[in-house]
Design a protein around this ligand. Structure first.
Ligand SMILES: [Cu+2]
Length: 288
């Protein structure tokens, strides 16, 4: 009995973890973590809410189907039910098992499309940055009117990591992207060579980086902190070693960082390394 209770407790704990109520930490995976990385933007919170809704729905459906199977196995096996019923149709049940799944799908579809709309409708942005995937590092540009800098961001090697507590292995980078809290940031995403994917779980951002194409996404960070992400499209031998690190700070700290960064890094030039939205034909015409 105690054992049963323990198992139940464990199952309940994993369910809690799955629904994101436990193991909250910002911007980085925890050892033994089961749930999602804690949300730090409204979109990420909405993604978590939708995920939790699906977990409960899936759990209810699975338990219901399992119960039906158990009833069939116990009550209608050849021993306990030697003379089977000849029933072939039951209008009420047939209507129910058609309509209820449709209803469940509608219950899923409404928040699903709402989330998709919120992700894809980019609100007026306070800051526009561009993330450029390269084999194997990310380059960043702050738009001319909101920063006007560009720099590259490489993963720190084990030898470079002076403080393992604040510089997690395989995630810490030399140049972090610093941005202010509670500001809408439009992120343009593209690539210089092959497909990459720009992902920061805590900020609810995931966008493919495609050479010759400018994709857009956005976030509004509502918590200060450091948020890590990784390239999420297999892009070559060092795919696992091009992390993303965004540091969200107060307005004052951001202004201070930007002033320093404008001295340290180059400005965004007109002949930017990346030519976006250029068709192969246009490129060929240019070289002729
Ligand atoms: Cu990549």
């Amino acid at each position: 009995m105690t054992r049963g209770l323990k198992t139940f407790g464990l199952a309940a704990a994993s369910l809690l973890a799955m629904t994101g109520l436990a193991l909250a930490d910002y911007g980085i995976g925890e050892p033994g973590q089961i749930g999602l990385q804690a949300a730090a933007s409204p979109i990420a919170a909405e993604i978590h809410w939708f995920h939790d809704l699906l977990v409960w729905l899936i759990t209810a459906i699975t338990v219901f189907v399992l119960a039906l199977l158990v009833i069939v196995m116990v009550r209608f096996n050849s021993k306990s039910n030697p003379v089977p019923s000849k029933t072939t149709h039951n209008a009420a049940i047939e209507v129910a098992w058609t309509l209820i799944p449709v209803l469940i799908l509608v219950i899923i579809a409404v928040p699903s499309f709402r989330l998709l709309k919120n992700q894809l409708t980019i609100p007026p942005a306070d800051i526009t940055i561009k993330a450029v995937g390269n084999q194997w590092f990310w380059g960043y540009e702050y738009a001319k009117d909101t920063g006007n800098i560009r720099f590259d961001s490489y993963m720190l090697t084990d030898a470079d990591r002076k403080d393992p507590a604040t510089q997690p292995r395989l995630l810490a980078v030399d140049n972090e992207v610093v941005l202010p809290i509670n500001k809408t940031v439009r992120v343009q995403v593209t690539a210089n060579d092959v497909l990459h994917s720009f992902v920061i779980p805590s900020l609810g951002v995931r966008m493919d980086a495609v050479p010759g194409r400018l994709n857009e996404t956005w976030f509004k960070a509502t918590r200060e902190g450091i948020y890590y992400g990784q390239c999420s499209e297999l892009c070559g031998k060092d795919h696992a070693f091009m992390p993303i690190a965004f540091r969200i700070v107060s307005d004052a700290k951001y202004a201070e960082w930007l002033a320093g960064a404008q001295k340290k890094f180059a400005a965004v030039s007109d002949d930017s390394r990346v030519a976006v939205n250029q068709s192969p034909a246009a490129k060929t015409a240019e070289t002729k």
